[in-house]
Design a protein around this ligand. Sequence first.
Ligand code: PA5
Length: 464
Amino acid sequence: MKLKFDYNNMMDSAIGAHGVKPSEIDKAAKAHEAAFNEVIGNSGKGWQEWTETPMISKAEIAELNAFGKCVRDKASSFVVLGIGGSALGPICVFNALLHLHHNELPEKARKAPKIYVEDNIDPERMAALFDVIDVKTSYFNVITKSGETSETLSQFLILYNALKKQIGEKAAKEHIFVTTTIGKGSLYAVAQKEGFKIFGIPSGVGGRFSVLSNVGLVPFAVMGIDIESMLYGAKAMRAACEKPDVKANPALMTAFLQVQSMKAGKNISVVMPYADGLKTMADFYCQIWAESLGKAVDKSGKTVYYGQTPAKSLGVTDQHSQVQLYTEGPFDKVVTFIAVDSFGASVKIPSDETADIGDFLKGHTLNELINAERKATEFALTKAERSNYTIYMPEVTAETVGELLMYFMYETAFAGAYLNIDTFNQPGVEEGKKATFAMIGRKGYEEKLKEVNSVKKNDSYIIK
Ligand code: PA5
C-alpha cells in the first residue's frame, strides 16, 4: 500500500478532551470485530460484490483497453451520460489523472478526446454541450445501473436523436454504448433492440460502489488511463482493509474514529485535498458518505437518524473561505486532509526577480508553499483542538487513485457496519425518483401523483 494514514490529531494526546482516548479504541474490540466480520465476512456477497470489482482478469483488462483505444482513435469528444454513482467515479478519475485543462489542450497535445461527464439535466448545460462538441464525431457512454433513471434516459433520448439526424440511424448505433445491469431495466431492453454495445454491471454492485466496475473502467479505458495499475492499487488497499487488527487497517480505524466523533456531536465530515487534481475526489467521497450513512433506521428497525454531513473543501483555496469556521466555529467537524508529497510539476518562484516584493517567497517552489500551507493549517486546527487526520499520497497516479477509491469504499462500509445500518440502500433517493416519474406522467405512478398533488402550499408563506 502506498497511501499512509496519520490519525494523531484525532487523539486526546493532540486535541485534549475533543479527541478519542486510546482506551476507547481498545475497549471497542467487540465492535471492531463485528464491523470487520460484517464487511469482510460478506465480501462478494449480496450488495458487497464491489469488493470483487478489482479482481478482473488480464484478458478482460486487455479487452477494455482495446475497446478504449478504438474509441479514442476516432472520437473528437467522449461524453458520459449518467448521474450520482454512474458519474462521480468517471469525473474524479478524469480530474485526477488527465491534464487539469485537458479539454482546452490543442488536439495534438491531448492523449484522449475531449471528455465530458454530463451529470445534470440543466437545459442550458445540454444546449452548451451541443455548442462545444461535434455530434457526428462524438461517442456516448450511457451509464445507469437501474436503466430507469429519468435524467440519464432523457439525455440518451436527446443525443441519440441528434446522432440519427446528423449521421443516420445505422451509424448512430455505433456511437452509443451502454453500461447497465444485464437483463434489467428499460435501457437494457432498448440497447438490445437497437444493437448498442452493452457493458454489464454486476447485480450486487450499487451505484456509489461501482467506480471500479465497467461504470468506471469503460470511460477510463477511453481516457487512456492505466487500468491495470489502478486495479493493482485497489487490490493493495483491499488487502490492507482485510487485516482484522484495527490498528493495521486504515479504513476500519478511520471509520471507527469518524463514528466515535459523530456520536460525540461531530456531525460534519470535511474532506480537504491539497491538490486541484483531487478536487472532485471530495465529490466522490461526499456522495458515498452521505447516501450510505444518512439513514433514518438501523438494521433492527430502530429510528436512529444517523449520518455525518460531508463537506468538500480545497486546499489552499478554502483556507481563505472556510478554515476560519473550522478553526473557531462549533466543535462539530472532522477534517480529512489529503496530502500529496510529489506533484506532477515543479514550479519555482524566481529568486532573481527584481520586483521589490515577497522576498520570503523568492527561490522557493509552489510545491514547498502548498505543503507548508497544508501543514500550517493542520497545525492551526490541532492547536484549536479540532479533530483532523491526514491521508498521504506519495503522488497522484492510477495506482494511488485506485487505493484511495477502494479506501473510501471500505471506510464507508465499515462505518455503516459500526452503526448497524443498511449502507447499501437509498430509500430517500428512491422516493424522489418515484415522485419525478409521477409528475412527468409515467404509467403506473398514478397513486404517487395523487400523493404528490395532495401536498398544499400556504400562500401566506410565500413572499412575492
Ligand atoms: O449510489 C446510488 O445508488 C445512486 O446515487 C445512483 O448511482 C444514482 O441514483 C443513479 O442511478 P442509476 O445508475 O441507476 O442511473
